[in-house]
Design a protein. Structure first.
Length: 302
């Protein structure tokens, strides 16, 4: 506000005018928030209302007692990412989350909407979307030990579930570090072999990366294996494995199971913290429930 503007409203009234960003820090439980957070996480995402209208200007003058300021809760959505879709909100070279309906519509409605973590192209299932960077940071922070639950179709029949459970809990040594998890269940897959990744491969083959132990100097993580004629006769059995992890490192579940002798053919994330995929169909999205929002707000730390 210029000196002329200050003179126009009077010195007594001007001293009670404060910038919106300052008001938010003092009055909206944002005392530990940075100026950057207020600008990019609240104002940019249309979550601050002044007298019922969206306000984006951090320098907007507020008169306490005269102006009503309200901060809206973050937007959080549960999306069931289909197999074959890249986890990106924009990608000129491939089909991505941001180019699909209804995500593109939600991006227009909720500025700053972004994905919490990633699922690789040939994984599917629960992907969280939010417009709050602090929510994203909290959900991804390994110190929070927030569980992610996955259901996988793997090669080979799990003959000793307890041995596999102990092996995973003790820790799996890989060339990328030691991974820990918790086996929920394992059973032989006898009801057919149709699953998401099988359906998204056009060639009739299943392709999986070599996430198992390195057997040669040139056998790196980019090596591709092809398993042909999966619908026909094959020498390996299939199992369905449910597993939980708390860190979410790149390809962590695939590497854990591959090092246990069970390369993953299909991976679907079914839960992330209190968020459950439930009955959300592939490609569909739902808003967070009241209970889920209550948990987020209680856990979120500015």
């Amino acid at each position: 506000m210029s000196a002329t503007e200050t003179d126009a409203i009077g010195a007594d009234e001007a001293q009670w005018c404060i910038k919106l960003a300052v008001y938010l820090k003092r009055n909206c439980n944002l005392i530990n928030s940075s100026q950057r957070h207020i600008k990019t996480n609240l104002l940019f995402t249309n979550r601050v209302l002044v007298d019922g209208l969206v306000e984006k200007n951090p320098s907007r003058r507020i008169r306490p007692g005269k102006n009503t300021v309200k901060v809206l809760e973050p937007a959080i959505f549960v999306y069931n990412k289909p197999c074959g879709i890249v986890t990106a909100l924009s990608d000129a070279n491939s089909s991505c989350v941001g180019s699909t309906k209804p995500i593109s519509d939600y991006m227009n409605q909720y500025p700053g909407l972004h994905n919490v973590g990633r699922l690789d192209e040939h994984s599917c299932g629960l992907l969280l979307l939010t417009n709050d960077g602090h929510v994203t940071k909290m959900l991804k922070d390994p110190k929070q030990k927030i569980t992610r639950r996955y259901k996988c179709v793997v090669m080979g029949i799990v003959t000793d579930e307890e041995k596999l459970r102990q092996q995973i809990e003790d820790g799996i040594e890989t060339r990328y570090g030691t991974y820990h998890g918790k086996l929920i269940s394992a059973r032989e897959e006898v009801g057919g072999i149709e699953f998401e990744h099988r359906s998204c491969i056009k060639t009739g083959n299943i392709c999986i990366r070599n996430d198992g132990p390195c057997h040669a100097e040139n056998d790196d993580a980019q090596h591709i294996q092809f398993i042909s004629n999966l619908n026909g006769n094959h020498s390996f059995g299939l199992s369905e494995v449910s597993i939980e992890i708390t860190e979410g490192k790149m390809r962590e579940v695939r590497r854990i199971l591959a090092h246990c002798g069970h390369p993953v053919l299909n991976l679907r994330r079914e839960a992330y913290g209190v968020f459950e995929l439930g009955s959300v169909k592939a490609g569909d999205i739902r808003a967070a429930t009241r209970a889920e929002m209550k948990w987020i707000i209680s856990e979120r730390k500015y």
